[in-house]
Design a protein around this ligand. Structure first.
Ligand code: GTQ
Length: 378
């Protein structure tokens, strides 16, 4: 890139000038991709049926002590880093076998789990266990010690959402391994549900001046019951159907400091109207079958699939059978900065023109052989 010499000088002079600027680690702004840089996150969909057998294969091939977390990431092919689902967030699938423990650690990244299959495993956060069941939304706030253990008799799989790319971009990424495999249990199981799971009833004596929700597990049975009760007398949002946010019960704010999480019930046959907003969103199908149209392209989804709607992309949903979509978004980061914009599609009664159907992209050659990351086994 560059510009030719204007009236101010000869081309050679200009090149000499650029070189001088370069020598002090500078660049002319007009020479850089700078402000013209395009968003990289592609709308994308990962089928659970593709990942499930690979997760089980991972249980045979990769001991949990080696992996620390036995996790397959869903990598957005638009992003060259090759391990993130969107510009700010991860969408990973974790599997843990009966008897296994994923050792205790903590990080400044915030994390969430959406349970996909199995029972009997818990996540312990700062010494409080919460047993997880399919559909449960479980929080691991930033800088809290957490380990997972499977005390059941079947494998357990869940979706992990984390804000690691965001935390890395701000260079606030810290990570620590706990000295023992498990952090000591110091609180009765599911104490957070007892204290903070009462909906509009919150404990009046408890102070919780934190950026994140004190509730560690939002049980699916309760979420689904709430959605169904709402759906009896309202259609909810024209864009999201009957949609609820997993709120911090003490403040009404987002569940995690940097990630807002939602569940939407879509009645069979319902077609929402298209809108677009800033903030990337990752969707996970808790229940049902249908399609979403993202920026004119049809994405067919069924139970347990995961897809991403990048910032400022038109999207609308259509359910074939009754569906519940879980979603998480980086909106808590952009909203306080005045960067949240939203727009409804006005043309064609709020529906996009369909221009094609999503197909998985060919996998790029990224070179390199088998790579092994750090391990934390003793
Ligand atoms: O369970 O703590 O998918 O630390 C990635 C990093 C899960 C976890 C991930 C993690 C975890």
């Amino acid at each position: 890139m560059g510009i030719d010499a204007g009236s101010g000088g000869k081309v050679e002079d200009l090149h000499f000038f650029y070189e001088q600027v370069k020598q002090v680690h500078g660049r002319g702004l007009w020479q850089t991709e700078g402000t013209a840089k395009k968003a990289a996150t592609l709308p994308y969909l990962w089928k659970f049926e593709d990942f499930r057998p690979l997760l089980f294969k991972a249980t045979e091939m990769v001991p949990i002590e080696l992996a620390e977390r036995r996790v397959l990431v869903m990598a957005n092919p638009g992003i060259t880093s090759d391990w993130q689902a969107s510009s700010t967030m991860l969408a990973n699938l974790q599997i843990i076998l009966p008897g296994e423990v994923a050792r205790s650690h903590r990080h400044s990244a915030s994390a969430l789990r959406l349970v996909i299959e199995g029972t009997g495993a818990y996540t312990a956060v700062n010494g409080e266990k919460s047993y997880m069941e399919p559909g449960d939304f479980v929080t691991t706030p930033n800088w809290t010690w957490h380990d997972h253990g499977n005390e059941g008799d079947s494998a357990m799989i869940w979706l992990d959402g984390l804000d690691v790319p965001l935390i890395q971009a701000t260079e606030t990424n810290f990570y620590e391994v706990y000295e023992a495999e498990q952090y000591p249990i110091v609180t009765p199981d599911d104490m957070s549900i007892r204290l903070f799971g009462g909906g509009a009833l919150k404990p009046s004596w408890v102070k919780h001046n934190q950026y994140f929700s004190p509730l560690l597990n939002y049980k699916f049975t309760k979420t689904y019951e709430t959605l169904k009760a709402m759906s009896e007398h309202t259609d909810g949002s024209p864009h999201d159907g009957i949609s609820v946010e997993y709120a911090n019960p003490m403040t009404g704010g987002p569940a995690l400091a940097t990630i807002a999480c939602f569940a939407s019930l879509l009645a069979p046959g319902l077609r929402t109207k298209a809108h677009r907003h800033t903030g990337g969103t990752i969707y996970h199908v808790i229940k049902g079958k249908g399609r979403s149209i993202i920026q004119g392209k049809v994405f067919h989804w069924s139970e347990k699939d995961t897809f991403v709607v990048p910032s400022w992309h038109w999207h609308e949903h259509q359910a074939e059978s009754e569906s519940v979509l879980f979603s998480y978004s980086d909106s808590p980061v952009i909203t306080p900065l005045g960067l949240y914009y939203e727009e409804a599609l006005k043309e064609d009664n709020g529906h996009q023109k369909i221009e094609g159907t999503f197909e998985a992209l060919p996998v790029p050659e990224r070179g390199g052989g088998v790579q092994q990351r750090r391990t934390h086994s003793k």
